[in-house]
Each structure stands twice: as structure tokens, then as C-alpha cells.
Ligand binder design. Structure first.
Ligand code: PLP
Length: 337
């Protein structure tokens, strides 16, 4: 799969368009197996609604991992409109890193066969890997760029090894992994592993199901770009199904969790997207405006998404992806005062 995600997307496109799809070749069966997270045989027919999580109505769970796998969907909150109607997807309701990255990391870690895992991350992935790694019995080590050091206390409590590096971007930390890899650690590689993108192809069905329950389909999705896995997958699914337009948010200067497109992203080229820019100052203004309107403390990149939404001129149904909340950023905010 990691060799050619495009091949798999052909099968996924048909599944999304028709609502069901028969794995009539080995290639199709392999793609569907990756998507559905279980082994699917040639000849088996899958339904799109089976991609959705099966929530526990009473929210009683047997294991920490079930908080993730049976705790979905994360809430979808109507925040404005019509005529410019918006629904925010509150991803800090994921249990481990309190961010969208629980989904990615769960998919990535399940595919890792060895016991030792090494990764670079500026924040949420580090926490999610440490947490899910504890549950799955993996020994995790993370390298963090300087700007991500605000997650260090969480990593201490979770008991994983980490090293803060004197580099400004997560991708620049990649070379530091080589020694660990030579010594047998597996690198899940959130920037290049298609399972990151695939995790969110499932999320898309979840969001579709939520919106359909209130009779809506999105005209626009606004999401921040980090690895681009999340935004690209949502853009692909909703683009195929409803012709939805993706608006990707990149930082003008620096906003934790998101990057500029020219720094290199694997999946955004697979979809059509309009790219908009938001500065850190504007993003924090977005956080402030949203907190005063709703009482909810959203993370800086969610603030950027909200700010990008307020700048939009067109009426229609918008989905705003809020990757995390403000709570994790206490140390960072203190430094910015
Ligand atoms: N984590 C945070 C804090 C983010 O702000 C974002 C995007 O806005 C993401 C993760 C999503 O990143 P990715 O593009 O890697 O899926």
C-alpha cells in the first residue's frame, strides 16, 4: 500500500460513490483490508457504513483502547448559521492525546511488528504514541523539535524516552532517528506512511454519518495542514461524494501542529484544495473569539481554522476541524505573554 496509495484510492472512490464495493481482485481485497482494519477476502462485499465506528450507547468500556475504538464519533457542534452554517468537529474528545492524532497513531502502531518504536513529533503524535504505546506494550522513543517541548511533562508521566532537539521543524529531526532504526527500532513515519491518510478515510465516513443525521452535506471543509493526512482524506471523501471544497490552513509564520505546504506534504497533492494563510496572532484571536462565543477553549490551530472560517464570504455548510483544545499549550502560552 505504501508504494501506491493512488491504486487503493481507485477502490475507495467506488466504495464512497456507490455505498458498497466488492473486492473482486487481490489488490482490491488488500486495499479494503487496510481501510476496514481487518482481513477481507477476495469476493467479499463491503458497505460504506461499515467504515463507521460502532459507538457504545451508554459509554461503558472494557479497556482503555475501547475508549478510542468504540468511543467515536467525536462530537460535532453547530457553531453558526444558516445561511453561513458551520459545524465544528471536536477532536480533543479523543482519549489519549486529547487530539485528532489518536486516530493516526492507533492505525500506525497496530501495523508495527517490533516492540521498539521511534518517531519525531512536535506534540500530539508524541503524546499519542506514548499513550497508545503503553496500552499496546510498545517501547516508544520520540524526538521533539524545540518548539514542541511543552509536551515534555506529559511524556514524563507516560514514562517514555524522549529527546528535545535544537531544530525548529519536526521534519528536520528525522535524521536523528537513524541510529535507533539501525539498532532495531521501527519508525512508523507519520509523514510518509499511508496508514496515516487511511486512518482518516475512515474518519470521513464518521463525519458523513453525523452530518447526514441532521440532513446536511458539507459545501466546504476547513482544516489545518500538518502531515496533511487528515485534511486530504476528508477532502478526498467529501469531494468524491458531494463535490465538497477543501480549504487547507497553513501558518503565515508559526502555529503549533501545522506547517506550510512548501515544506512537503505527501497527500495534499491527491486532492484539490484552496490554501489559506493565518498568522499566530490571528489564530489566537480566533481562540479568543470562539471562547467568548461558546465558552470552549480550542487549540491554536483550531483558532486558525475558525479565523479562516470567519474570513469566508460564501454562504453554505462548512465543517471546521478542531484538532485539539487549548489545555496542552499552557507552557507555550505563558512564553508568549
Ligand atoms: N495536530 C494539530 C495540533 C493540528 O493543528 C493539526 C492540523 O491542524 C493536525 C494535528 C492535523 O495534522 P495532519 O495534517 O498531520 O493530519
Amino acid at each position: 500500500m505504501s508504494s501506491d496509495v493512488g491504486v487503493c484510492l481507485r477502490h475507495y472512490r467506488e466504495l464512497v460513490k456507490s455505498g458498497r464495493y466488492k473486492a473482486s481482485s487481490r489488490e482490491a481485497a488488500e486495499c479494503l483490508s487496510l481501510l476496514f482494519g481487518r482481513s477481507i477476502a477476495v469476493g467479499e462485499e463491503m458497505r460504506l457504513d461499515e467504515l463507521m465506528p460502532k459507538p457504545r450507547a451508554h459509554r461503558v468500556y472494557d479497556s482503555p483502547l475501547e475508549l478510542l475504538t468504540a468511543g467515536w464519533p467525536t462530537p460535532l457542534l453547530k457553531v453558526s448559521g444558516p445561511p453561513k452554517e458551520a459545524y465544528a468537529k471536536l477532536e480533543w474528545y479523543n482519549p489519549f492525546s486529547a487530539s485528532v492524532k489518536d486516530r493516526t497513531v492507533y492505525y500506525l502502531l497496530r501495523s508495527v511488528e517490533g516492540e521498539r518504536v521511534v518517531e519525531v513529533s512536535s506534540g500530539n503524535v508524541a503524546v499519542a504514541l506514548a499513550a497508545v504505546g503503553n496500552v499496546l506494550g510498545k517501547k516508544v522513543k520520540v524526538y521533539i523539535p524545540t518548539a514542541g517541548r511543552y509536551v515534555a511533562p506529559f511524556l514524563d508521566f507516560l514514562g517514555v524516552e524522549y529527546q528535545v532537539l535544537d531544530v525548529s521543524m519536526t521534519v528536520e529531526a528525522l535524521e536523528h532517528l537513524q541510529k535507533d532504526i539501525r539498532e532495531g527500532a521501527v519508525h512508523p513515519n507519520q509523514f510518509g506512511n499511508d496508514l496515516n491518510f487511511i486512518a482518516h478515510l475512515r474518519t470521513a465516513a464518521e463525519l458523513d454519518w453525523q452530518l447526514s443525521s441532521v440532513g446536511r452535506r458539507p459545501d466546504y471543509i476547513i482544516a489545518g495542514l500538518g502531515t496533511s493526512g487528515h485534511a486530504s482524506a476528508l477532502g478526498f471523501y467529501f469531494g468524491v461524494k458531494y463535490g465538497t471544497k477543501l480549504i487547507g490552513v497553513q501558518p503565515r509564520d508559526w502555529i503549533p501542529g501545522v506547517r506550510r505546504v512548501e515544506t512537503g506534504m505527501k497527500w495534499i497533492p491527491l486532492v484539490e484544495a484552496e490554501i489559506v494563510e493565518v498568522s499566530l496572532r490571528e489564530a489566537l484571536e480566533g481562540v479568543r473569539e470562539f471562547a467568548r462565543k461558546t465558552g470552549l477553549l480550542i487549540g491554536p490551530s483550531a483558532g486558525a481554522v475558525y479565523k479562516a472560517f470567519t474570513a469566508q464570504r460564501h454562504d453554505g455548510v462548512y465543517v471546521l476541524i478542531f484538532p485539539d483544545s487549548l489545555m496542552k499549550y499552557a507552557l507555550l502560552l505563558e512564553q508568549l505573554r
